[in-house]
Design a protein around this ligand. Structure first.
Ligand code: BT5
Length: 242
């Protein structure tokens, strides 16, 4: 079931049948001084989500990490996560899957808002400039055996050409990473979260309110009873209208 990734992509592609984690491999390449590499695996045996959560990565999925060295301060790197979410969403739509984005980085499908894809961005750098960024993108293809609130491309369309999907995804990500303001505007356009009642959990507090906007580089503005709160990172739940 391995696929050839003979891509005409703006990144050097390194393909593996199986890896513990494409993010871990991309970090190794970063330590070796590489850049603009896309690491792709057919299967991950130790895939990771945010906060070291496990990410189920069975064979046949799209498990991908992009290593790059953008001219950005670390504080602005979240815009690359938004860019990746936009790239996944646009590519999914082009392939007939009506996806949308939940802040900050989940790509969801349908009224049940099941999770099609997640993104994990890691980086290293100085105060004024990142040394490297690894943007890890996991896209479910076959939904069999995934958590109940997950979905896969094959649940929505009959045939998925993973090579074409990855090609489109990398081209879009390449264009968006060079245009942070455009990425932010496109994120707003594809967002499911804006205008919704949300519960956002950050390290030490929970905020409930209405999501009003996303500001550069990816800050969520939540209108609460007491005024506006700006959230830089956290877990977000969409609440059903009361
Ligand atoms: C994410 O974390 O959504 C980021 C996932 C990033 C995965 C990619 S795959 C390529 C690269 N290499 C890696 O090792 N990682 C990246 P988070 O928002 O924390 O969501 C994690 C939670 O989603 C878990 O705690 C589970 O509840 C759930 N989950 C696990 N596997 C899933 C899957 N395949 N599909 C949907 N949900 C899943």
């Amino acid at each position: 079931s391995a696929i050839e990734f003979d891509l005409d992509a703006p990144f050097t592609v390194e393909y593996h049948d199986s890896l513990p984690s494409t993010n871990a491999r991309a970090r190794e390449l970063a330590a070796e001084g590489e850049t603009d590499v896309a690491v792709i695996a057919n299967e991950q045996t130790g895939g990771r989500g945010r906060l070291d959560r496990a990410w189920r990565s069975p064979p046949g999925g799209i498990w991908l990490s992009v290593l790059c060295r953008p001219d950005l301060p670390p504080a602005h790197a979240p815009v690359l996560t938004l860019a990746a979410a936009v790239a996944v969403t646009k590519t999914a739509r082009e392939h007939g899957v009506e996806a949308g984005i939940k802040w900050p980085n989940d790509v969801l499908v349908g009224d049940e808002e099941t999770k099609l894809a997640g993104i994990l961005t890691e980086m290293e750098g100085e105060a004024d400039r990142v040394s490297w960024v690894v943007v890890g993108i996991g896209i479910n293809v076959d939904p069999t055996g995934l958590p109940e609130d997950a979905t896969g491309l094959c649940a929505h369309v009959d045939d998925i050409d993973r090579r074409a999907f990855v090609q489109g995804l990398l081209e879009r990500f390449d264009a968006l990473r060079a245009d942070p303001e455009g990425a932010l505007a496109a994120w707003r356009e594809h967002a499911l979260t804006l205008g919704r009642r949300v519960r956002v959990t950050t390290g030490n507090e929970t905020i409930v309110g209405t999501a009003r906007d996303v500001e550069f580089p990816g800050t969520l503005v939540v209108e609460t009873d007491d005024g506006s709160v700006r959230v830089h990172a956290g877990d977000c739940d969409h609440l059903r209208p009361a």
